[in-house]
Write a protein that binds this ligand. Structure first.
Ligand SMILES: [Zn+2]
Length: 365
């Protein structure tokens, strides 16, 4: 069981606090993605310096290399990656569906071949939960099937029904420990009726938190928001809600306005490795020649190492020269931008001005 207290509300948006075995996490929160036991191009100290107190770990990558049993022997994922704060692990399902070489989905689970060496694995709800236990995740995710988009409604429905049966098995397999919890995942594609049915099913099973999965895979922001409008009101008020794999800054603001508390996305870290920087004035491409002679910081209001110590000209030079430091500095900046955006949203919710904040943000973005 993990704790969750709603501390302030403003419309459907809320501020809360998760209490885990590895400390408290203020929500709404953005979780940096630590795919293979590392938030790419960042030290764990650097991630914590942005204010982050929870990161996401990927079960698929870690089960293949170095292996969940090895990480458990070495004291769990927190110690392995020197991250003393909270960790949420995904179920592995999403990567199995998207990365694994030959995969076969059946009632029992998924069999697949590793994209690394072709060896055969089976991932069932029970095995996914056991792996996440070995990793010592504070928050464990139920195994679900990621329905492709677009897909015919009958296919979305049977996929959702399979995910609900896997959700029950995941819940049963989870071993209760203080400060640790398991989240269920709502599926159902872009169909409000299926989403509603799925939300009712996962709520009936009863989880520590509720995720909305299967979005941000090409359906567009308007559709994402419409699905949230149909889904979120059916989820328990007193439990955290997690929108998986989303997204752009404007997506986060719109989802918080609809009552979402938690997010993860590779966008800030991946963009940091391609010279794209998120700023209060929109996305800046540091490869652009106009930065070559600019002594100004990327964002004078930002407190990250890239903005306090270096010029746009230097960041431009690093990215053109393919220097590793460019990826490191811009990843730190982008994670700081996301952390500060969440901080600003929490402040606006507490002040009762979130409506204005969201309207202003839309105007800027
Ligand atoms: Zn910065």
């Amino acid at each position: 069981m993990i704790g969750f207290d709603v501390l302030a509300r403003n419309g459907a948006a809320r501020c809360g606090r998760l209490t885990t075995a590895h400390g408290a996490v203020d929500t709404p929160v953005f979780m940096p993605v630590g795919t293979a036991g590392t938030v790419k191009a960042m030290t764990s100290e650097g991630v914590a310096a942005t204010g982050a107190r929870i990161v996401l770990g990927n079960t698929y990558h870690l089960m293949l290399r170095p292996g969940a049993e090895r990480i458990a022997t070495l004291g769990g994922l927190h110690r392995f990656m020197n991250w003393p704060h909270a960790i949420l692990t995904d179920s592995g399902g999403f990567q199995v569906m998207s990365l694994a070489a030959r995969r076969t989905i059946g009632e029992a689970g998924v069999t697949f071949r590793s994209h690394l060496d072709g060896s055969l694995y089976e991932l069932t709800p029970e095995r996914s939960i056991a792996i996440q236990h070995l990793l010592a995740a504070d928050i464990t995710m139920a195994l679900d099937e990621c329905t492709p988009y677009p897909a015919p409604p009958e296919a979305v429905e049977s996929s959702m029904e399979l995910s609900m049966r896997w959700a029950e098995r995941s819940r049963r397999a989870f071993v209760e420990r203080p400060g640790h919890g398991v989240f269920g995942i709502v599926q159902g594609g872009v169909h409000p009726d299926l989403r509603l049915r799925s939300a009712e099913r996962v709520t009936q099973i009863g989880f520590d938190g509720y995720a909305v999965g299967g979005l941000a895979i090409g359906e567009g922001q308007e559709t994402t928001f419409a699905v949230l409008d149909a889904t979120v009101p059916a989820l328990p008020e007193n439990r955290p809600r997690y929108l998986m794999g989303v997204g752009k800054p404007a997506d986060l603001v719109g989802a918080v306005a609809r009552g979402i508390d938690m997010f993860d996305c590779v966008l800030p870290t991946r963009s940091g490795r391609t010279a794209q920087a998120f700023t209060r004035r929109g996305v800046v491409n540091l490869r652009n020649a106009r930065h070559a002679g600019d002594p100004a910081p990327l964002d004078p209001q930002c407190r990250c190492p890239a903005c306090t110590g270096y010029s746009r000209a230097y960041l431009h030079h690093l990215s053109r020269a393919g220097e590793i430091l460019g990826a490191m500095l811009l990843t730190a900046h982008n994670l700081q931008y996301y952390a500060d955006l969440m901080l600003a949203m929490r402040g606006a919710i507490e002040a009762g001005t979130f409506g204005d904040f969201a309207a202003d943000f839309e105007g800027e973005a």
